[in-house]
Design a protein around this ligand. Structure first.
Ligand code: HEC
Length: 174
């Protein structure tokens, strides 16, 4: 009988302990979820660059430089589409005018400090691409479709090479 009561008491304590453990685990889980949710809703601080370990070299730009550079990029991509269409249609006159817009003079409206923010090799790749567009314009004006195609390839390779080597990131403030 005494043994029986002891066993009962013992098993009651075990149940209590189990409840405490379950409650503790639930509390920890809730805290973790809350932390995760808090982080997600707050997001990264705007001045903090988004870290990346993909091996590309970061090019730090202020907001104006970043907007300008990305807008240029989108223009280049739209341009490639138009080039390919024009090449397909052998529309060389239109292609020459388009290539003139992407030639070496294209960076004249760049915001202050952009040139200095770009690493030398970044600028070299950019110059290679601009030069390819100048070559494309010349070939198009001369009616040289093979020359246009070859310059298109050189320009495309410069896009790829630069994208493999560099990424933009917001310049830390202060
Ligand atoms: C000298 C370097 C360089 C060259 C040349 C270059 N890009 Fe980029 N481009 C970049 C970098 C750096 C980014 C930002 C990538 C990142 O942060 O992950 C970018 C981003 C872009 C984007 C994304 C734009 C946005 O709004 O998010 C497009 C589209 C793009 N490039 C197209 C092109 C095309 C098409 C060409 C060639 C005709 C080209 N780029 C040539 C460096 C270059």
């Amino acid at each position: 009988m005494a043994e029986c009561r002891f066993a009962e008491k013992h098993s009651q304590m075990t149940k209590l302990q189990a409840r405490v453990i379950v409650l503790l685990l639930a509390a920890i889980l809730l805290a973790l979820v809350a932390m995760q949710f808090g982080q997600r809703s707050a997001g990264p601080a705007p001045t903090q660059p988004i870290a990346s370990n993909d091996g590309r070299e970061p090019v730090q730009l202020d907001p104006q430089q970043l907007d300008y550079s990305l807008a240029q990029m989108r223009g280049l991509l739209a341009g490639l589409n138009e080039y390919d269409r024009a090449i397909g249609n052998s529309a060389l006159a239109a292609l020459a005018d388009l290539a003139a817009r992407h030639g070496p003079g294209a960076g004249k409206t760049a915001p202050a400090g952009l040139h200095d923010a770009q690493p030398a090799n970044f600028r070299a790749l950019s110059a290679t691409m601009r030069q390819a567009f100048a070559t494309m314009e010349k070939a198009a004006r001369a009616g040289d479709l093979a020359g246009v195609r070859s310059a298109r390839e050189t320009a495309g390779n410069a896009c790829v090479a630069c994208h493999e080597s560099y990424r933009f990131e917001p310049k830390p403030v202060g």
